[in-house]
Write a protein that binds this ligand. Structure first.
Ligand code: MG
Length: 300
């Protein structure tokens, strides 16, 4: 079947053979950080090197949500629906309040500046979990060269107190992350050192303890070609991950079920649409989308 690779019969049931892979908008420099706002029927995403956050909706088309944007990368929503952002240039996590003002939630750990928060997710208890590789401060292209003051780590932020906790520190380049639907697992992508001859292609899985501590961390799946930059879970706990040739669907045991092939590398993705069954893809200079016969895990 054109446009797909089916590695397991379960994946055949997830795809709609007559649903096209659509280009919704193009002309960006590099898209990242998609997040769906069902209440406004719109998608926000970063056009990272252009230092802007874009807004797309079926009826309203494309517009600029904000620019300059301090080189935002990953986005999520908190339990009250507010936008959470990773800022490369600001080296911080921000929350956009309902009146539009921007609050810095975290920019330092023990007095030292964060590197360049890359991606984040909000747990049902309101805590915000994010990755902090140095990618965004190693080039002017992604936010501006700056000196790293901290190792690459994964943090948990309590937005009520501002307290940051290191939850994982054995990464070279932690990238996308996502909880399983029941939040018993946290998946974290390891994409390695920037400028390495080969990226690290690992998806790792951690067990989330009752107090929020992580254990385990084994390599759960190796994404190839390319690497996993970002991913989301569906309602059954399968991962839909970005990759060099499209979207890879991986079951909770780590088995590749199938692929949606795209004309270029996918950086990140998000389920959206009325039933969370439309997959929005950041594909290089393009925003693309495809309807699938599976729903994304509920995030709020
Ligand atoms: Mg990323």
């Amino acid at each position: 079947m054109d446009g797909f690779e089916i590695h397991d019969p379960r994946f055949a049931a997830f795809i709609l053979p007559n649903a096209p892979l659509e280009t919704l908008a193009e002309g960006f420099r590099w898209c990242e950080g998609p997040v769906w706002f069902g209440d406004r029927d719109e998608l926000l995403f970063s056009d990272l090197p252009n230092d802007r956050v874009m807004r797309w909706s079926e009826h309203g088309g494309l517009s600029v949500f904000r620019t300059p944007a301090n080189f935002e990368n990953g986005h999520a929503r908190d339990r009250k629906g507010r936008l959470l952002s990773c800022s490369h240039r600001g080296r911080c996590i921000t929350r956009t309040e309902l009146d539009g003002t921007i609050t810095v939630l975290a920019d330092r750990y023990e007095g030292r500046r964060l590197n360049s928060p890359n991606d984040l997710v909000c747990k049902s208890d309101g805590t915000i979990w994010f990755t902090d590789p140095p990618y965004g401060i190693q080039t002017d292209y992604e936010g501006g060269k700056q000196v790293s003051e901290l190792p690459a780590r994964v943090y948990r932020l309590d937005p009520g107190t501002g307290h940051l906790t290191v939850v994982a520190d054995d990464f070279e380049g932690p990238n996308g992350l996502c909880f399983s639907p029941d939040e018993s697992r946290l998946y974290i992508a390891e994409s390695g050192l920037q400028f390495a001859a080969e990226p690290t292609r690992h998806l790792r899985v951690f067990v989330v303890g009752s107090g929020g501590a992580l254990s385990g961390g084994r390599v759960f799946h190796t994404v190839e070609p390319g690497f996993s930059d970002g991913f989301r879970c569906d309602v059954d706990g399968n991962l839909w991950s970005s990759a060099g040739d499209g979207v890879h669907c991986i079951d909770p045991s780590g088995k590749l079920l199938g692929k949606i092939l795209t004309p270029g590398t996918v950086a990140n993705l998000a389920f959206g649409g009325r039933e969370r069954s439309r997959l929005f893809l950041c594909v290089g200079q393009r925003l693309m989308a495809i309807y699938v016969n599976q729903r994304g895990a509920r995030l709020l």
